[in-house]
Design a protein around this ligand. Structure first.
Ligand code: C2E
Ligand code: MN
Ligand code: MN
Length: 407
């Protein structure tokens, strides 16, 4: 299948123009053999390259390019399929944008084209050429240092639960995971994650239950969460708990129960955030919006969890504005390498900023993901990079330290 990949990347300072020319000559031969076309634009700092050809060859060549240490911050911006080649000649061609004026270089590139149709009908690949040549997205090319520029050093502030807690009726435990602001070196909140007694997942705990029992169990488990948080000396720290939206909608007096359980444990409603899963919320939006008033009326903050994972998405925010949203891991994973994830995360940030909704990123595992998200304007993170959830305790946080500053 005829496949097109477009990426952009940043040339390393140590690479001379001569090395670049040699690289192009080598690529020309390699691409030619594989029946792949490479059109490479270079503007003095950034590359923009289109690869076009049979899917397997394009993918293999792209893999090699991704591993090439002459460039960095490589971001895939397009992967698409077409009935015929845009550019007929296989091999590799370099256009140094500094040698041409913008109009002329685009025309020169397009003159290599073998079909006029795409130009006429708004082909995305060709639109990307235009955007790159015009530099119009350049402010979003965040320059992030390599992942190993940081070392993650655990502090010694883990807190373990004293024996005997919880002794409540609900047959569950909780694991706690901090949500952190790494630059401020602050824990902004701690999330309580449901577990079976032996540390099994929330799903396992709910699996044993039938019908509407899950809603009452979900609600009652929160009493354990608050009791454990209090025993862990949470103090004035914010605490997040998760709830199914239907728990709030279906269980009579759910909001009062929550408020009661908070106060019983010496906590205050204002420090509690209740997180609801985006897709579950969207499926019962009107009832949920009504039910949430009770929580808000008691001073409890509300977050939409797994934001961007379901069918609700941005339109959800036209119906109901939470205090915060948590961007789902599906959008976070490898965000530094993916043009589409970057575009969506940027749209979410812009929208939430206009609405004064706080944002955190969940499931951050790589330093590069964290750094890209910081550059985009997110400052609150949750993920294995900083701390794994800790059954019956609050784990120590691994804070980033810049390596060259440590010497
Ligand atoms: P969530 O609220 O998005 O919680 C974060 C989940 O991501 C947790 O999974 C956590 O262990 C996991 N996680 C954290 N950091 C990373 C990371 O860096 N990489 C990856 N791959 N995963 C990470 P967990 O504890 O299995 O919880 C799954 C979901 O179950 C939660 O997602 C939440 O929606 C739900 N849940 C948790 N506790 C409760 C509860 O008390 N009631 C209800 N109804 N649902 C709950
Ligand atoms: Mn959550
Ligand atoms: Mn999740």
């Amino acid at each position: 299948m005829l496949t097109t990949i477009i990426y952009r990347s940043h040339l390393h300072d140590h690479v001379s123009f001569k090395m670049l020319e040699e690289m192009v000559a080598a690529a020309n031969i390699k691409n030619g053999r594989a029946s792949v076309t490479g059109i490479l634009l270079f503007n003095g700092t950034h590359f923009f390259q289109l690869l076009e050809g049979p899917e397997e060859s394009v993918t293999a060549i792209y893999q090699d390019i991704c591993g090439d240490d002459r460039h960095y911050n490589l971001v895939e911006v397009l992967r698409d399929y077409a009935p015929s080649r845009r550019f007929g000649k296989t091999g590799m061609e370099l256009f140094d944008l500094r040698d041409h004026d913008r109009e002329a270089v685009l025309q020169t590139v397009f003159d290599k084209g073998t079909t006029r149709y795409q130009l006429t009908y708004g082909d995305r690949a060709l639109q990307f050429f235009q955007t790159f040549v015009e530099d119009s997205e350049k402010e979003f090319y965040y320059e992030i240092p390599p992942g190993d520029a940081w070392e993650f050093m655990a502090d010694d502030n883990a807190i373990t639960l004293p024996p005997g807690v919880p002794d409540s009726g609900a047959d569950c435990h909780f694991a706690f995971q901090p949500i952190v602001d790494p630059f401020a070196r602050q824990i902004v909140a701690v999330e309580a994650l449901l577990r079976t007694r032996v540390g099994g997942s929330p799903q396992e705990w709910f699996d044993d239950m039938a019908g509407d029992d899950i809603y009452t169990a979900d609600l009652q488990s929160k009493r354990v969460a608050f009791a454990m948080a209090a025993a862990l000396k949470l103090g004035a720290q914010s605490l997040s708990v998760n709830l199914l939206p239907m728990t709030l909608v279906k269980v009579p007096g759910a909001a009062e129960f929550i408020v009661q359980a908070i106060k019983e444990n010496g906590l205050i409603p204002e420090q509690v955030i209740v997180e609801f899963n985006e897709s579950a919320v969207f499926s019962c939006l009107d009832a949920f919006t009504q039910a949430v008033k009770m929580l808000k009326g008691a001073g409890i903050r509300v977050a939409i969890d797994h934001f961007g994972a379901g069918f609700g998405g941005l339109v959800l925010l036209t119906q109901f504005q939470p205090d915060r949203i948590k961007i789902n891991r599906a959008l976070i994973a490898d965000v530094h390498k993916s043009g589409s994830r970057q575009a969506i995360v940027q749209a979410i940030i812009k929208c939430c900023t206009s609405l004064e909704i706080a944002i955190s990123a969940v499931g951050v595992e790589k330093a590069e993901e964290w750094m890209w998200l910081e550059s985009a304007g997110i400052s609150q993170f949750q993920g294995h990079l900083f701390a794994h959830p800790d059954l019956n305790g609050i784990p120590a946080v691994a804070w980033p330290e810049k390596r060259d500053e440590m010497v």
